[in-house]
Design a protein around this ligand. Structure first.
Ligand code: AMP
Length: 416
């Protein structure tokens, strides 16, 4: 019997992990520049954490979660996103002590049982940040800037930023009612998905991908035009900061994210280099969520970004990435004694921090040279009985072809 990876999951193979690590380095660096600290939470959490925060009636919770009963009878779920767990950890570990602002980031796998397609997987990876403990519009802007900076540093240029405001508990109920009345007039003509959303989440009808729905709802009132004074002031501030930083933005009054917890700012970053799944990142403010999860009322804001999508947008680009580490030297032994010497020397060089490699399978000189070439080793040293005896050998620069005689004992120094 042959085993295969599950549908919608994939192996990230050695020829790709190099890139993943480099991209991850950029992610860590930019987030640290913005003064965020990494948090690593379990991938498995109690199911209620997600249904409570993301919302029972959202697609994620109602259709996509990997939920099962464990052996002790508890309902547990593989995390479909990162915010709920970060907030759980924030509350559980008192990270907001003395009212300080907690700036957290994460990176890791998420799980959603969606219909797999290009750019949409069942196990995928996200990085994201959360700033918990402040209602300032500056922090909403900071979220957008972090994501944009990471794309810029990686050389991903065709990005667009869309922003909206989804209101708060003051203004949203009034607008929801208004929208519901309008949608009910169109009910029979809308797609069945949209029909069922009218009652529990009318805002999402505006976000429908169905062309007919889009045309029908084109002239309907938008939340951004019905904000209370506070929300509208906040939204104006977000735009003002983005403008003073010369960040290009588009206001999209129909942008509603697929998670229920957002208040005020919502945003999305897309790339025109991607196909139909063009969203690179999304986020927004969630001022009620900490309280919803049992903490003290604390405002917060955050974003999450898909790494597979980032990789697709990166494509063949990524010139800014640091070159991969290749063996600096490949040690070739020609007989049993020299092979032993080569292995021990390889280990000693590595101990000195010099990337070194040798042959482990008694291959011929020709085969070993081919292997050194394949691995793009910078130098090769060939050692046989004679070299061991004299304590010196030729060090060959594989790029220039130049050869110099070096002392075997002082190989470290010669390489350094
Ligand atoms: P969300 O958590 O739904 O707001 O998604 C944030 C970002 O994660 C999206 O913009 C995508 O880049 C990425 N993402 C979400 N779902 C998937 C998925 N099933 N497969 C790959 N990437 C995803």
């Amino acid at each position: 019997m042959k085993f295969r990876s599950l549908k919608g999951t994939r192996d990230i193979l050695p020829d790709e992990t190099e890139r993943w690590q480099q991209v991850e380095q950029v992610i860590h660096r930019v987030l640290k520049n913005f003064n965020y600290n990494e948090i690593r939470t379990p991938v498995l959490e109690t199911t209620a954490l997600f249904s409570r925060s993301i919302g029972e009636l959202t697609d994620i919770v109602s259709k996509e979660m990997y939920t099962f009963t464990d052996r002790s009878g508890e309902s547990v779920t593989l995390r479909p996103e990162g915010t709920a767990a970060a907030l759980r950890a924030y509350i559980q570990n008192n990270l907001g002590e003395q009212g300080s602002l907690a700036k957290l980031y994460y990176i890791g796998p998420m799980f959603r049982q969606e219909r797999p397609q290009a750019g949409r997987l069942r196990q995928f990876h996200q990085f994201g940040a959360e700033a918990i403990g402040s209602a300032a519009p500056e922090l909403d802007v900071e979220m957008m800037l972090i994501a944009l900076q990471i794309y810029e540093d990686l050389g991903i240029s065709n990005t667009r930023l869309f922003i909206n405001s989804v209101g708060c508990e003051q203004c949203r109920p009034y607008y929801k009612e208004l929208l519901t009345q309008e949608l009910l007039k169109l009910k029979d003509k809308l797609s069945s998905d949209s029909q069922s959303r009218i009652q529990h989440n009318p805002l999402r009808v505006l976000d429908s991908k169905d062309e007919n729905d889009k045309a029908l709802t084109a002239g309907l009132p938008l939340m951004k035009d019905h904000l209370c004074a506070e929300c509208s002031g906040h939204f104006a501030e977000v735009q003002r900061f983005l403008q003073s930083l010369n960040v290009q933005l588009s206001i999209d009054g129909r942008l509603v994210r697929g998670l229920d917890y957002y208040t005020k700012t919502a945003f999305e970053i897309t790339s025109s280099d991607l196909g139909s799944q063009d969203a690179l990142a999304g986020g927004g403010r969630y001022d009620l969520l900490v309280k919803e999860l049992g903490g003290k009322p604390t405002p917060g804001t955050g974003f999450a970004a898909g790494i597979e999508r980032l990789m697709m947008a990166l494509g063949k680009k990524g010139s800014a990435l640091i070159p991969a580490v290749r063996p600096r030297i490949f040690l070739i032994g020609l007989d049993t004694a020299s092979r032993s010497w080569a292995f021990v020397k390889t280990c000693k060089l590595r101990r000195q921090g010099i990337p070194a490699e040798t042959d482990y399978s008694e291959r011929s000189l020709k085969a070993q040279l081919r292997e050194a070439n394949r691995q793009q080793a910078q130098f090769v040293v060939i050692v046989g009985g004679q070299e061991l005896q004299s304590g010196s050998a030729k060090l060959k620069n594989m790029r220039s072809g130049e050869e110099v005689t070096v002392s075997l004992d002082a190989l470290e120094q010669s390489l350094k």
